[in-house]
Design a protein around this ligand. Structure first.
Ligand SMILES: CC(C)(COP(=O)(O)OP(=O)(O)OC[C@H]1O[C@@H](n2cnc3c(N)ncnc32)[C@H](O)[C@@H]1OP(=O)(O)O)[C@@H](O)C(=O)NCCC(=O)NCCS
Length: 455
């Protein structure tokens, strides 16, 4: 799969790469993404690149809501004013003097971000950008209350998000920038967390995506390194088990620093946001890599599993062809044209991951001879050795049994051992159904293998 992180170095690769991102561009146009990032990220030298990426997303028609944090900026201002604040269970008590520092810091950060988004220098990625940034009193807040006997005063939480007002700005093509401050109907101001504002905004807007950029370096597991990391994908149910420390995936358990973001992302998905992404901010172009490559670089939380084993539909013909054509060229599978595939699509079962067909198999019944043929079993090379072939075979076996048939045969040139290890036995062409014997291609010299299925 071509990826943005793999820099295309020939014209052909560039063209292939550009085409590979086209489906994402179509899918994302007009969709609402809420992106939350910390105050730490704003101080990073790479922040300007992030702003360029935001600009790119906006120009592709993504409706963007940015929610920023300001924790280090507030701390700096408090230090300058020689003010000390109390912390209860990780939450800062915002008294009236601290609130003054919060307002000053948040205001400054907001203006700095708006200024960066307004850049339009020629010969830079922002040339001709003309992004219009909107801010406003979109967040109604209420006091957090009293914890362990301590009144958190102006530390608050989101009570309501004015979704219609934000939607109307997005419809006009504006990028909406929201600060971690909320206002109460009584005219008070509250200090909020970025995570709280971003999550509630995504829920209120019924956003397509909530993306939280994390300060943790390298927070998502790679194939080689899973210790203390989040998996690449989690359903809401899996994420809840992880939060409750009920599953040891990956080992050792996920560090506590990642849990609040995971909690926010899980809540957002539970409340209707289609997908939530947790991505380390430390990687340049993190957001582009997460959005425009098939596997992404972060952790994606979804309502349902993205992987499905299902009956093929006519729309899958293109995906199946892409999967089997290289195997046909190598002579591993018998060539089937698009037309035959379209006619026989009902015989196929496919394995799909997030819209990509990565496995298929076909089942042809010979009812008069009480046998079924398994054909065209294929798993994409990137997905092999993970048990998908076995799962697909099991599915086909169950389908065979469901027809009251207990004899499954396969003709294969390259996977004889695989089938033998899965309970098939070598057989002769004479044991095949008569009609199949007549079609047997003696030039291919495929091995005949039969499995007798139990009830
Ligand atoms: C055969 C195939 C479907 C297996 O898919 P898969 O998802 O990798 O299979 P699984 O993960 O269930 O099994 C992996 C195991 O089978 C072994 N295996 C994979 N292909 C094999 C082959 N052609 N011959 C022998 N063993 C094989 C792997 O080494 C691995 O062994 P391990 O568990 O001891 O490490 C896949 O390799 C494929 O698509 N091959 C090309 C198409 C083909 O030959 N189809 C059969 C004709 S219909």
């Amino acid at each position: 799969m071509t990826a943005v992180n793999n820099k295309p170095d020939t014209t052909a690769e560039f063209v292939a790469w550009f085409r590979s991102v086209a489906p994402y561009i179509h899918t994302f146009r007009g969709k609402v993404f809420v992106i939350g990032f910390s105050g730490e990220m704003i101080t990073d030298a790479k922040f300007v690149n992030f702003i360029h990426d935001i600009n790119l997303l906006a120009s592709l028609g993504v409706r963007l809501v940015l929610v920023h944090g300001a924790r280090p900026q507030i701390q700096l201002r408090l230090d300058e004013s020689q003010l000390e604040t109390q912390t209860v269970m990780g939450m800062r008590v915002t008294d009236p003097a601290a609130l003054q520092c919060v307002k000053e810091s948040v205001g400054r950060v907001q203006h700095e971000i708006a200024a960066l988004l307004s850049m339009g220098l020629p010969n830079s990625p922002m040339a001709n950008a003309a992004i219009r940034v909107t801010s406003g009193n979109f967040v109604t807040a209420c006091p957090y209350g009293i914890i362990q006997g301590v009144d958190l005063m102006h530390t608050g939480k989101v009570r309501k998000i004015n979704a219609p007002a934000i939607h109307s700005r997005l419809e006009q093509g504006d990028v909406v920038l929201i600060s971690p401050l909320g206002y109460s109907p009584t005219g008070e101001i509250f200090n909020l967390t970025m995570e709280n504002v971003a999550t509630e905004t995504a829920i209120a807007l019924r956003a397509e995506k909530l993306i939280l950029l994390l300060d943790t370096v390298d927070c998502t597991a790679s194939a080689e390194n899973k210790a203390g990391k989040l998996p690449r994908e989690l359903t809401i149910a899996e994420s809840k088990l992880l939060l409750e420390h009920k599953i040891p995936t990956p080992t050792p358990r996920v560090p506590d620093t990642l849990l609040p973001a995971l909690q926010s992302a899980t809540k957002a998905c539970e409340m209707g946001v289609t997908r939530a992404h947790l991505v380390s901010r430390h990687c340049d172009g993190a957001i582009l890599q997460e959005l425009f490559t098939h596997h992404g670089i972060g952790t994606m939380i979804t309502q349902e599993s993205l992987q499905a084993l299902r009956k093929a539909k006519i729309e899958d013909v293109g995906g199946i062809l892409q999967l089997i054509e290289p195997l046909e060229t190598e002579g591993i599978l018998v060539r089937r044209g698009r037309e035959l595939l379209e006619i026989e699509i009902n015989r196929f079962t496919v394995f799909e991951h997030d819209g990509i067909i990565f496995g298929c198999a076909a089942l042809y019944p010979f009812p008069e001879e009480r046998a079924c043929e398994l054909a065209c079993l294929a798993i994409h090379p990137d997905y092999r050795n993970q048990g998908h072939g076995e799962r697909l075979l099991k599915h086909i076996e169950n389908k065979t049994i469901a027809q009251g048939i207990h004899k499954l045969f396969v003709l294969t040139t390259h996977a004889t051992h695989w089938f033998i290890e899965h309970g098939f036995n070598a057989a002769t062409t004479a044991e095949l159904p008569k009609t199949k014997q007549n079609l047997y291609n003696y030039q291919r010299r495929s091995k005949v293998l039969i499995k007798h299925l139990g009830d």
